[in-house]
Design a binder for this molecule. Sequence first.
Ligand code: SF4
Length: 76
Amino acid sequence: MNASWRQRAACQGIDAEVFYPTTEEEAEEAKAICGVCPVSETCLEYALANREREGVWGGLNERERRRISRQRRKSA
Ligand code: SF4
């Protein structure tokens, strides 16, 4: 996939640690940034396609992404 979407990412320049929180509360900061990110859908699809297990991608944490993956498998 063309990675140019990363150049428009709201998380550019932000400490990557923010996106690898250890608690749900900590994840809120990352989710807020994703919430205003212009490429969040692309980011989420990238994470799903690449089975990224850790961190917040496209505003969703790993548990939330697993749920989407499961739902898609069911409806496929
Ligand atoms: S959705 Fe979140 S993690 Fe993905 S590029 Fe945007 S700010 Fe970064």
